[in-house]
Design a protein around this ligand. Structure first.
Ligand code: C2E
Ligand code: MG
Ligand code: MG
Length: 630
């Protein structure tokens, strides 16, 4: 092979170009080749001069290589380290990447290594040491290097070891690239994947990761203990619903700040979602440490927050669980802390509870209840009971309120208050509610046909049904299927449900009114509605909550409230139903105050369908109500 061929082969080999030498290099190759030919001819036999010539050729080759490298990656810096002289050639770009001009850096390895971050420098030196390297082997490393502005930049440096004529490695050449932006983006991605973006706290994934680490440590280190604190704000939903999500978000951010302020070195604070925060306390002496921490947090949170000019008063319920040798997985201790938090809520909120194993059984009970509830419709375990509502004018039954019961195969008859909230929370109320509506209509049709009397039916609708279901459409369908006259149907929604979103309520209730049915506001008086709001709802009646009825004859303040509720409702052309009438005294008072309708144990407890038939038959002519208290 001639010199030119050798030269091309050499370049191709060193830069991994196969046989494709870029066109722009060809003039250089030609130049070196012709120079070599010319010199060789002129200096035939003159060894010293030939050696001189060889040097010049080497220098030209070097230039050619550097040109090649820089033409391969224009963004990258270029460097060439000669081990024999221990000098480094740094290209202009190399210097620019770390903020220096061409003359600022001369050419020693120290100028490079002195700028590498202390955490990285030993590793990088090792990568570039010639020890155990073969010619043409490549290395690559990423590290931080100090920029002239005083900040560190992330760079990736690649190099190829080259040998001299004797096959001994005497150089390494390579490139140098600033990857700071890429690193920042990677960092951000990693951060986002592990943090809650509202508060910047850890998220569930990171919390579980840290918890796993602590569980492992507890296995190895004698007497090492950690604790998990589970905190949930009380009535956050009310704040969110009434003051808006942006407001709620601001509150969560401020709560997160309080938690951060109370964090020690290795603690981890996370937001698991909504208003649930968890804190992993590292290295606690005993449960006392975690209790003190919880009390401090509770104290700091319970001062009022001022957000956008509103003062809000917040409290939190806290559950605490400390590590035990039985805990093998993060879920286990988190569940224990969660269960204790629920206990704290159940015991009246704004308090803490420490996990005890028997709490687990209560939680399991709830779990099984939920499981059983899911099958209750299919297993035909629900039954409707009916309670009469009596007209105070005629003494006759005007309507029956249908009240659901659950015949649980093991637990027996379950009261609605034990499962309706669970059904609400899990969304099962939608199916259950449809069943109740349909059955109520079927039954009402039956007693009308059977007794030929115009007794209506009153059906309770829960908040979730009212808010997430097109109940007008549902009612139309059911009335068609069951052939019931909608005149005879009344629906009851609670005051709190109706007031949640007043515009929405007005719209939906208007749709329902168009269908010809009646609307009653249940449990009236215990919510927080203002009377002016009641005025704009298209409703027919209010049902005074039985806590007021119960106290008739006792507390005078209560008596005044009942009196006022009745007269206010009458002024608004609304009928008044009193719930929970149990004694003749209550009845007398309500009659005197012209309460329109009465419901309670005094007349009848809720009865099964069969018992109800007997009852209707017996009371067909109506009560002589006055006879009750005379
Ligand atoms: P509610 O709609 O206010 O129903 C009245 C509750 O008061 C019934 O309890 C009834 O048995 C009870 N009650 C009636 N008269 C008296 C009395 O004189 N003294 C006392 N102490 N209590 C009386 P129940 O049947 O246990 O129902 C409780 C609540 O469960 C109902 O309150 C209602 O909110 C809900 N509920 C019942 N059935 C359904 C249903 O089918 N769907 C929905 N969404 N909720 C239902
Ligand atoms: Mg009711
Ligand atoms: Mg009620």
């Amino acid at each position: 092979m001639d010199f030119k061929g050798l030269l091309k082969e050499q370049i191709a080999k060193r830069f991994g170009l196969k046989d494709n030498i870029p066109d722009k290099l060809m003039p250089f190759i030609e130049e070196v080749d012709s120079l070599y030919g010319q010199m060789a001819k002129e200096h035939t036999g003159k060894d010293a001069q030939i050696q001189e010539l060889n040097k010049e050729i080497e220098a030209l080759k070097l230039q050619l290589e550097r040109y090649t490298i820089s033409s391969l990656g224009s963004e990258e810096g270029l460097w060439d380290w000669n081990f024999d002289t221990n000098e480094i050639y740094y290209s202009k770009n190399w210097k620019k990447i770390i903020g220096y001009e061409d003359d600022d850096i001369t050419g020693t390895p120290d100028e490079w290594f002195a700028k590498i971050h202390l955490n990285d420098v030993d590793r990088v030196k090792k990568v570039f040491s010639v020890n155990k390297k073969n010619p043409n082997s490549t290395v690559s490393t990423t590290y931080q290097i100090l920029h002239s502005d005083g900040e560190y930049r992330w760079v990736t440096t690649k190099g190829t070891f080259l040998d001299n004529k004797d096959g001994r490695i005497n150089r390494i050449v390579g490139s140098h690239k600033d990857i700071t932006l890429q690193k920042v983006a990677e960092h951000q991605l990693l951060h986002d994947a592990l943090h809650d973006n509202l508060t910047g706290l850890a998220n569930r994934a990171l919390f579980f990761d840290r918890l796993t680490f602590f569980i492992e440590r507890a296995k190895r280190v004698k007497d090492y203990k950690y604790a998990v604190v589970f905190m949930d704000l009380d009535r956050f939903k009310v704040i969110n619903d009434s003051l808006g999500h942006l407001f709620g978000d601001q509150l969560l951010i401020q709560i997160a700040e309080i938690l951060k302020k109370n964090m020690r070195g290795n603690d981890t604070i996370a937001r698991l979602g909504g208003d649930e925060f968890t804190i992993l306390l590292d290295n606690v002496e005993d449960i006392g440490d975690a209790i003190r921490f919880s009390k401090r947090i509770q104290r700091e949170i319970t001062t009022s927050f001022n957000i956008k000019g509103h003062d809000v008063f917040v409290t939190a319920s806290i559950g605490i669980a400390i590590s035990t040798p039985e805990i093998k997985r993060p879920e286990e201790i988190l569940r224990n802390a969660d269960i204790s938090m629920y206990q704290a809520k159940a015991k009246g909120r704004s308090r803490h509870e420490v996990y005890r194993p028997e709490m687990h059984t209560t939680a399991l009970n709830l779990f099984y209840l939920e499981k059983d509830l899911r099958n209750a419709i299919d297993n035909k375990e629900f039954e409707l009971y009916f309670q009469p509502i009596i007209s105070s004018e005629s003494g006759k039954i005007v309507r029956l309120e249908s009240l659901i019961r659950w015949n649980h195969p093991e637990r027996g008859l379950v009261n609605p208050l034990s499962f309706i909230p669970l059904a609400e929370e899990t969304g099962m109320i939608i199916d259950i509610g449809e069943w109740v509506l349909k059955q109520s209509c079927v039954e009402s049709k039956k007693w009308q046909d059977l007794f030929n009397i115009d007794i209506g039916v009153s059906v309770n609708f829960s908040a979730r049904q009212f808010q997430f279901q097109n109940i007008a459409k549902l009612i139309q369908k059911v009335s068609k299927d069951t052939n019931i006259n909608l005149h005879n149907l009344e629906i009851e929604i609670t005051e709190t449900t109706a007031m949640k979103n007043i515009d929405y309520s007005v719209k939906v209730l208007n749709e329902l009114k168009l269908l010809g049915l009646k609307i009653s506001i249940d449990d009236f008086g215990i919510g927080y509605s203002s009377l002016s709001c009641i005025n704009i709802l298209p409703i027919d009646s209010i049902k005074i909550d039985r806590t007021f009825t119960r106290n008739i004859g006792g507390d005078t303040k209560n008596v005044i409230i009942v009196e006022n509720l009745i007269s206010m409702a009458h002024n608004l052309n609304l009928k008044v139903v009193a719930e929970g009438v149990e004694t003749p005294e209550q009845l007398q008072f309500l009659m005197e105050k012209k309460c329109d309708e009465l419901q309670g144990y005094l007349f009848s407890k809720p009865l099964s369908r069969e018992k109800m038939y007997e009852f209707i038959e017996k009371q067909n002519n109506g009560y002589d109500l006055k006879a009750y208290y005379k």
